[in-house]
Write a protein that binds this ligand. Structure first.
Ligand code: NDP
Length: 479
């Protein structure tokens, strides 16, 4: 079992109250680590550490980009270790942990290191004056991340926050502390100046809340559930903090009658079940034009029935365990609710039969539900598990209406041979991202974020540069 500590001012420390939280592998139930149960006192220590560093914001952005590159290189050296840790901490398949989590975590640091070449200070000339726009750091950035893509999402925030000259206090989910700790080890090893990066472990309602409440932390970047996002927004608003909220989703996958869905079936299945459906962008509602409905359901069901579920460390496993037994219960309750609401479980819906080692694991079969009203709770609330509902529609305007019916507005995908029609539909959808004939195809320069209850703000490329800095216009009179 690994004993994990906070990382504050260049030192690994227990929490000041010396309390701990146990951390389990959700696939086996094995105790794998203990982490500090931090409080507002540890947050204050981290704030003091940030305050004591008076140099980070003064060094050039190019030098800061070089530090990001060093972090990327060192993470890359520990690539396999990241994948293994992420798989054990979350229960996700090792192939996914390798190809998505480990790869993207390295790439996020490298991407923001290279972005330095794209950051130019705009100038606006007047007849008698010149305006120069600066991007100044805000001071301390508070970064709060969930458990589904632990290091991937943490690195997405840490890299631009540091690039723009902020000091960082990060708070990962207490369910998945391992790779955040690995990042602290990497940062310690490369000798990043003390106090620039600080990591606090513990419960969201305790140290997470204290982070958001702290007056001196001027920016909060939060990724997590919509209900927690409301608490964060309410706490931060009276202090006029800059906030970015990346929240939940109930994303529609729209299949038009001309779609080459047999060709794309692997992608469509992946969009529903990647990471056991625990990706905020997963297409958990599939809307299918009625003339191809029966055929689509048959082919989709067949492909899902072939998915290999089980030992996350097996190379060919496609579905691992959910994050916890508690979350498994929530998802099972949603399946029961869908049945009560008139849904028909045409595949899955149960715990799979697995070898003894995994008998205490949080596994659920990939589950397909049909015959459910698109207005039902199971079809409009975020389940965040391996559960997909399929609904027929006849006209395109109906598909748009159904897609927009939920309170969420994160993403959607449209599958059609007629790309123009796909783009026209996309413009009618109230979501931050729409993919046409693809899913999770990400260019990190583009704005990422949701509409409606899926969040506030956009991050990515120069949008992150803008978010993690404060713009100042200096107007110099030349007359
Ligand atoms: P939660 O909202 O439960 O937690 C997210 C983070 O917030 C955790 O670190 C949590 O700590 C912390 N937290 C909890 N309460 C507070 C508080 N009062 N103040 C500050 N921080 C707090 O989300 P989950 O971890 O369950 O993640 C799943 C959710 O995240 C899903 O809804 C999913 O859609 C969403 N998500 C959104 C993404 C996006 O980009 N839009 C991407 C990925 C996920 P602790 O865990 O210790 O309680």
């Amino acid at each position: 079992m690994k004993l994990i500590q906070n990382y504050i001012n260049g030192k690994f420390l227990n929490s000041l109250n010396d309390e701990f939280i146990e951390n389990f592998n959700p696939a086996t139930g094995e105790l794998i680590a203990s982490i500090p149960r931090s409080s507002n006192k540890d947050i204050q220590l981290a704030v003091n550490a940030c305050r004591s560093n008076d140099n980070w914001h003064k060094i050039s952005i190019t030098k800061r980009a070089e530090w990001l590159e060093k972090i990327a290189n060192e993470l890359e050296n520990r690539y396999e270790e990241i994948a293994l840790m992420e798989s054990k901490d979350t229960g996700k398949p090792i192939s996914l942990a390798r190809n998505v989590d480990a790869s993207r975590s390295v790439y996020n640091f490298r991407f923001f290191a290279n972005l330095v070449n794209e950051i130019h200070q705009p100038e606006f000339k007047m007849n008698d004056a010149i305006n120069r726009v600066l991007n100044k750091p805000l001071g301390i950035a508070g970064l709060i991340t969930p458990w589904n893509l632990p290091l991937y999402l943490l690195s997405w925030k840490v890299a631009p926050a540091l690039l723009m000259g902020n000091c960082v206090i990060a708070k990962p989910s207490e369910l998945t502390p391992l790779t955040a700790n690995l990042l602290a080890e990497v940062i310690d090893k490369i000798g990043l100046p003390k106090g620039v990066f600080n990591l606090i472990h513990g419960y969201g309602s305790e140290c997470g809340q204290a982070l958001v409440e702290h007056q001196e932390i001027k920016l909060i970047s939060f990724t997590g559930g919509t209900e927690t996002g409301k608490i964060v927004a309410k706490t931060a608003a009276p202090m006029f903090k800059k906030i970015s909220l990346e929240l939940g989703g109930k994303n529609a996958t729209i299949i038009l009658k001309d779609a080459e869905f047999e060709k794309h079936i692997d992608q469509i299945v992946k969009s529903a079940f990647l990471n056991q459906g625990q990706v905020c962008l997963c297409g958990s509602r599939i809307l299918v034009q009625d003339s191809i409905y029966e055929k689509f359901v048959e082919i989709f069901r067949l492909r899902v029935s072939q998915m290999k579920i089980g030992n996350p460390l097996d190379e060919d496993t496609e579905l691992g365990s959910l994050i916890s037994l508690r979350h498994k219960e929530t998802v099972m309750n949603y399946i029961a609710m869908a049945i009560e609401e008139g849904g028909n479980v045409i595949y899955g819906g149960k715990e799979p039969i697995l070898p003894e080692t995994f008998s205490n694991g949080a596994f659920i079969e990939p589950t397909i539900i049909t015959d459910l009203s698109h207005k039902s709770k199971a079809a409009t609330e975020e389940i965040f598990g391996p559960v997909v509902t399929i609904h027929p529609f006849s006209e395109i305007h109906e598909a748009i209406k159904i897609a927009n019916i939920t309170n969420y507005g994160l993403s959607a995908s449209i599958w059609t041979k007629d790309v123009q029609s796909g783009e026209n539909i996309a413009k009618e959808l109230d979501t931050g991202i729409v993919w046409i004939n693809c899913w999770l195809h990400r260019d990190l320069r583009t704005p990422f974020g949701g509409m409606k209850d899926s969040g506030i703000g956009r991050e990515g490329g120069l949008y992150s540069v803008e978010f993690f800095s404060e713009m100042q216009n200096i107007c110099t009179f030349l007359g």
